[in-house]
Design a protein around this ligand. Structure first.
Ligand SMILES: *Cc1c(COP(=O)(O)O)cnc(C)c1O
Length: 349
């Protein structure tokens, strides 16, 4: 088999959900954000595993993502859509029993006209200026909207991965002000907000990245393991170059392993000549440029070369790769390619 093997550890995923659930009081519901195909790991297996662990509410970015999710979950669990009710979404929202998080007066009008009585939630902007109603807009419609009994009123934190950032208490205060006296479930915390403590938990948290093993959840268990087969090994003389652009030269006799995976599989060229792959516990430098389908690895120091080298796993997380690439774990995960052989381990695939 010439493809890399992406192993998705569903037991680790469930353990991460349980750990984040345990970080808030028993009265706080812990939902799960599974947008972008479960952060790239496969929404079906991810959602079934989380439902089994105890999650009863799920969040996706757009209504289109609700179809695969509803298929995986069946009719019971609630499925919320962060982007709200867009033109053309009405049939999906009705047929798949989705709960749009309404972001504007325009969306509210659309929803109440197209699907009167259908469950909905409201997204408020507490300062991030991305999605949700502004305080003044909300003040104008709040009484009318609350009479329709929203399922949830939520907002989102811009800087929750930085616990000491002054934006966190500022957004918390804005959200409290906008929701004072409301009789309905409230939520402002994603993964970062869960870790900020009880002030941020309200009635529900909706973590994403921490479930999948990413920062800022430092105690997360890694969920994605990526093992790449060696196609060929060659000896190099001192001075010989490797890869496109001759960007690396052996300064002494060397042994280079060529492994199967490249930027077409989501391994960014920004880690060229910088990352390592692991042979068991032993790091082996990625030398030369990342090409479309191949990586070249210096294995000169290995007494025995294994059949595969690991890019992601216990020794190197998505955040380690992201740090090298100037990115974030979220992006490394969601870029993981479709060409890998995907194996689900444990849990409930
Ligand atoms: C993506 C997203 C989340 C989940 O965030 P994480 O940082 O991955 O935990 C929660 N709420 C909203 C509005 C989001 O867009």
């Amino acid at each position: 088999m010439g493809t890399g093997i992406l192993t998705i550890d569903l037991d680790a995923l469930a353990a991460n959900w349980r750990a984040l659930d345990a970080a808030s009081a028993a009265t706080v519901e812990t939902a799960a954000t599974v947008k972008a195909d479960g952060y790239g790991l496969g929404i079906g297996a991810v959602a079934r595993t989380l439902a089994r662990a105890g999650a009863r509410r799920f969040f996706v970015a757009v209504a289109e993502e609700g179809a695969a999710l509803r298929e995986a979950l069946g009719p019971g669990p609630q499925v919320h859509v962060y982007s709200g009710h867009m033109p053309g979404d009405t049939d999906m929202i009705a047929d798949l029993q989705l709960i749009p998080m309404l972001n504007s007066i325009e969306q509210m009008t659309r929803h109440f006209e197209a699907l009167p009585g259908h469950p909905f939630g409201v997204q408020l902007d507490s300062g991030m200026n991305r999605l949700g109603m502004e305080p003044a807009e909300w003040a104008a419609v709040r009484a009318v909207v609350m009479a329709q009994k929203p399922d949830l009123v939520m907002s989102h934190l811009a800087c929750a991965d930085e616990p000491d950032h002054e934006m966190n208490p500022r957004q918390l205060a804005a959200f409290r002000e906008m929701t004072a006296g409301l009789d309905c479930p409230l939520s402002i915390a994603a993964t970062g907000g869960v870790l900020l403590g009880p002030d941020y938990h309200f009635g529900m948290t909706r973590p994403g990245i921490g479930l999948y093993g990413g920062m800022p959840f430092e105690d997360a268990r890694p969920v994605a393991h990526l093992s790449l087969p060696i196609i060929q090994i060659r000896p190099l003389d001192a001075g010989e170059p490797v890869g496109y652009g001759n960007s690396w030269h052996a300064d002494a006799p060397a042994r280079i392993a060529t492994v199967s995976a490249g930027y077409a599989d989501g391994i960014t060229r920004h880690i060229s000549n910088q990352a390592v792959l692991f042979a068991g516990d032993v790091p082996c430098p990625l030398v030369g440029r990342v090409s479309m389908d191949l990586l070249t690895i210096d294995v000169t120091h290995l007494p025995e070369v294994p059949s595969h080298l690991d890019l992601l796993g216990v020794h190197q997380t998505v955040d380690d790769i992201a740090d090298i690439a100037g990115s974030i774990g979220y992006e490394v995960l969601t870029q993981l390619g479709r060409r890998y052989t995907r194996r689900y381990k444990g849990g409930m695939a």
